[in-house]
Design a protein around this ligand. Structure first.
Ligand code: GUN
Length: 292
């Protein structure tokens, strides 16, 4: 069993981004600038946005966090997005999800100029991704592809089983793995809550991507020997054992699955760190104008 080490890969790629950013800033006289909008005070979202902002500073970007009370109206939020769309000093804009129930995430996503949509959630970016055209790729799937590439894992012809069909991870992941690209060229099964006999489906996976949001959901009896196991889960539980007051669990029962896997990502220290890398790469591309 080998570990797909998010810490090692993300550190290396961030060093590359830092060098490229310094060159961009020297040539243009300005830093790439990411704005993150956070609505309400969900603990997980606060942590993720803080980490995104910290990593922006680390690689030499400017970052701005705009915060709204949970009561903010959809109209007010969209008006702010439209203002940012027009601001030439802002390269990338993300709105942290989930949003409160009274705000339609699809309306918000479509309000963002697709040329600043560094989350890659806008239908234009998703459509272009499906067609293998230059676009912003959603950060988590992008990070996973960068990790597979870093370790030189040959995915061509393999059967990939994605568990979970979210707009953020499962659905775009299934598209990327099936694309005619490297990594890619997989035969993909996308499973979800209505899938019949999920265990049989997951057992067919040479590659398993677990993105379901349930602690220890993928157990050893669902994994074939030698599988490559990618754990996207970040399930937070309160804990007195850690300084932060919570502990993270993946969607995969790591202790029992790892001995069967050829490669596996840990939680923490796996995919989560790669999501940040995907976002940073997209933001740098947005600033350089190489995609649009
Ligand atoms: N919530 C969970 N993951 C993400 C992400 O990648 N981007 C945004 N905007 N919200 C999220």
């Amino acid at each position: 069993m080998n570990i797909l080490d998010g810490k090692e890969v993300s550190t290396k790629i961030k060093e590359d981004i830092k060098v490229e950013t310094a060159a961009f800033t020297a040539a243009s006289g300005r830093k790439p600038h990411l704005v993150a909008i956070l609505v309400g005070n969900d603990g997980g979202s606060e942590t993720y946005v803080a980490s995104k902002m910290r990593n922006c500073e680390l690689v030499g970007f400017e970052s701005t966090n705009i915060r709204y009370d949970v009561e903010v109206s959809e109209a007010e939020l969209i008006a702010k997005i439209q203002e940012i769309n027009k601001d030439p000093n802002i390269d990338g804009l993300i709105v942290q999800l989930p949003l409160p129930a009274h705000i339609d995430p699809d309306k918000v996503t479509e309000a963002i100029d697709h040329r600043k949509d560094v989350d890659g959630f806008h239908p234009i970016n998703l459509g272009r991704m499906q067609r293998n055209l230059p676009c912003f790729i959603p950060a988590t799937p992008y990070g996973i592809m960068l990790m597979l590439a870093h370790y030189g894992i040959d995915t061509a012809g393999k059967h990939a089983v994605v568990v979970g069909r979210s707009n953020i991870v499962g659905s775009p992941m299934s598209i990327l793995l099936a694309r005619n690209s490297n990594p890619g060229n997989c035969t993909v099964t996308l499973t979800h809550s209505k899938t019949k006999d999920l265990k049989t489906e997951v057992l067919r996976g040479d590659i398993i991507v677990a993105a379901i949001g349930k602690k220890n959901f993928v157990t050893a009896d669902m994994v074939k020997d030698g599988a490559i196991v990618i754990d996207v889960g970040i399930n937070r539980e309160n804990s007195t054992e850690t300084k932060s007051g919570f502990k993270l669990y993946g969607d995969v029962d790591f202790d029992n699955v790892a001995p069967k896997a050829s490669w596996i990502t840990p939680v923490p220290g796996g995919v989560g760190l790669m999501t940040i890398v995907g976002l940073l790469k997209n933001t740098l591309e947005a600033a350089k104008g190489t995609i649009y």
